[in-house]
Design a binder for this molecule. Structure first.
Ligand SMILES: NC(=O)c1ccc[n+]([C@@H]2O[C@H](COP(=O)([O-])OP(=O)(O)OC[C@H]3O[C@@H](n4cnc5c(N)ncnc54)[C@H](OP(=O)(O)O)[C@@H]3O)[C@@H](O)[C@H]2O)c1
Length: 246
């Protein structure tokens, strides 16, 4: 029996990329997965695929910038599966741009999704984790939560926030409640994430010549953290493409 076979796991941003690959892998391991994002049709397709393979999945259409929707996400998971063991805060956006172009709407969107979304989902799940004196929160930060790059000032600021919040969570929740906290820090991964970059000056000047990771590489890192023995918190995992310098 897999270590995850009795687990119920929420994954935000499960409609594509890292979240989708993680949901698929954890469902294969026997976990019941709640698939959350805004594009419900893609979540339904993934649920169909997981169920055809004998797995269990629930779709919850949710915008993580909506605090009430994050609470519903937790409540519906508890209703459907009768338990909640893991919250994976993965939803994120990355409309990179140069600061002087002041694309303030995009800055607000990054703060809302990448920071507030993580806070809202965590707040919704925490009372349950505290009461059961156990649980696991996985926050998908980035190498951009460790170092800043040109065009990434605001995105990096949001990911530094996620990394800092993860450390604070670990300190407060691990020793007292046995809740584990993992911060996953991918380098470049081949996903849809950069599709939202609209700053033409940034597009013209940016160049990336490394071979990106696949979403499955990050899903494996998350599985590693989740299946460590309860005494061990895998707190930070940085996964870089072998030929990516920064
Ligand atoms: N790709 C990389 O190179 C890379 C590197 C480091 C870290 N990361 C991080 O990895 C995470 C996943 O990104 P990805 O690379 O897999 O990109 P992706 O394929 O674009 O996936 C992003 C996911 O976030 C969801 N999302 C966006 N806004 C949302 C909102 N308001 N409410 C709910 N869900 C929302 C999207 O779903 P909907 O649009 O359907 O809502 C989608 O499922 C992000 O936190 C990203 O910052 C990625």
């Amino acid at each position: 029996m897999s270590k995850l076979s009795d687990h119920a796991i929420i994954i935000t941003g499960a409609s594509s990329g890292i979240g989708e690959a993680t949901a698929r892998l954890l469902a294969q391991e026997g976990a019941a997965v709640t698939l959350a994002a805004r594009r419900a049709a893609r979540l339904e397709a993934l649920k169909g695929e997981i169920e055809s393979a004998g797995g269990r999945a629930l779709v919850v259409e949710a915008d993580v910038t909506d605090r009430a929707a994050c609470q519903r996400l937790v409540d519906q998971t508890l209703d459907a599966f009768g338990r909640l063991d893991v919250l994976i805060n993965n939803a994120g956006v990355m409309p990179l741009s140069f600061v002087k172009n002041a694309r303030v709407d995009e800055w607000e969107q990054m703060v809302s999704v990448n920071i507030n979304g993580v806070l809202y989902c965590t707040a919704a799940a925490l009372p349950h984790f505290v009461e059961q004196e156990g649980g696991h929160i996985v926050n998908v930060s980035s190498v951009a939560g460790r170092r800043v790059f040109m065009g990434g000032a605001v995105y990096c600021a949001t990911k530094f926030a996620v990394t800092a919040f993860s450390e604070g969570l670990r300190m407060e929740l691990g020793p007292k409640y046995g809740i584990r906290v993992t911060c996953i820090e991918p380098g470049a991964v081949a996903t849809e994430l950069s599709n939202s970059i609209a700053d033409e000056e940034y597009q013209a000047k940016s160049k990336f010549d490394a071979t990106p990771l696949e979403s499955e590489d990050i899903a494996e890192a998350i599985r590693y953290a989740l299946t460590a023995p309860p005494r061990a918190t895998v707190h930070e995992v940085l996964v870089m493409p072998t030929n990516q310098r920064m």
